[in-house]
Design a protein around this ligand. Structure first.
Ligand code: UTP
Length: 290
């Protein structure tokens, strides 16, 4: 089986949970301290051995393309002022990897966004990474899934345990059999109603697919919420070939919703030497007020 070389990063959603911030700015460009969330995702893909990335963009997403492109005027100004540290930071994203773009003309759902990149992928296994989740792990999360794909030669879906009262926010797996961190799966269910989830193992924004997934995305069937759901296509793929779930190691940060975004920002800021002491003092002061 071919190795996984290409990745899709869907970034064409409306980002309604962050409105009005996302009215004119893509959700994927919201910074965690000083780096946009999408840069963390691109870095994970590269560290996992991905060579080609396609970002699915939509209306109002130009800033993503600009971020991974040169900014001549800014670079020249920083050079003239001999601000070499800043120059490095500005140039870093442009040097990462070949990034391609395709537009999803309408936000018809995650399944549709992945389908939009089908010609770029062709007939080989590929990765999908969502910007809603940042994962800190010794072995990059996507690399863990690629290793599992090398073992199973099958599609592999990244999962993580979530609290029982949050299962209705995710795609959930119904596991049949467990082998270490790897699960065989009976069903993949999109956003089950509370109390009906077959487990609390939730699909968390990292996937490896065989190209057969496009057979089902091609049908463009509309599912939960009136959207073309990726989980529905996974469920159908699992009926013709094995699809594994893999409970990856590492800490997952949910940056797709406000509280998770704020928690992640604080945690990442506390890791920065120049911010840590002042931030701790500020937070201690806030606690004293209560
Ligand atoms: P979300 O469900 O988080 O949707 O999509 P969203 O629109 O980005 O954010 P909210 O829920 O309205 O706040 C998961 C991922 O799928 C992409 C999003 O950009 C995000 O990375 N997506 C979703 C698309 O690319 N196209 C779509 O039609 C829907």
């Amino acid at each position: 089986m071919q190795r996984v070389r290409k990745a899709i990063i869907p970034a064409a959603g409306l980002g309604t949970r962050f409105l009005p911030a996302t009215k004119a700015m893509p959700k994927e460009m919201l910074p965690i301290v000083d780096k946009p969330t999408i840069q963390y995702i691109v870095e994970e893909a590269i560290e996992s051995g991905i060579e080609d990335i396609i970002i699915v963009t939509g209306k109002g997403k130009r800033a993503i393309e600009d971020h991974f492109d040169n900014a001549y005027e800014l670079e020249q100004t920083l050079l003239n002022k001999e601000k070499f540290d800043l120059l490095y930071k500005v140039q870093e994203p442009t040097k990462m990897v070949d990034i391609h773009y395709i537009r999803q003309k309408e936000p018809k759902g995650l399944g549709h966004a992945v389908w939009c990149a089908r010609n770029f992928i062709g007939n080989e296994p590929f990765a999908v990474l969502l910007g809603d989740d940042i994962v800190k792990a010794e072995t990059p999360c996507l690399k863990q899934l690629i290793n599992e794909n090398n073992r199973t030669h099958s599609s592999v879906i990244g999962v993580k345990r979530v609290p029982d009262n949050e299962t209705n926010r995710y795609g959930i797996i119904d596991p049949i059999d467990q082998n270490g961190r790897s699960y065989q799966v009976r069903n993949f269910v999109e956003k089950p109603e509370l109390g009906t989830a077959p487990s609390n193992l939730a699909i968390i924004g990292r996937y490896i697919f065989t190209p057969e997934i496009f057979m089902f995305l091609d049908k463009q069937e509309v599912g939960a919420g009136g959207e073309i759901q990726l989980t529905d296509a996974i469920q159908k793929l699992n009926q013709i070939q094995r699809v594994f779930a893999y409970e990856f190691e590492g800490k997952r940060y949910d940056v797709g919703e406000k509280l998770g975004f704020i928690e992640t920002t604080i945690e990442f800021a506390l890791e920065k030497e120049e911010l840590r002491d002042d931030l701790l003092k500020f937070m201690a002061g806030k606690l004293d007020l209560n």
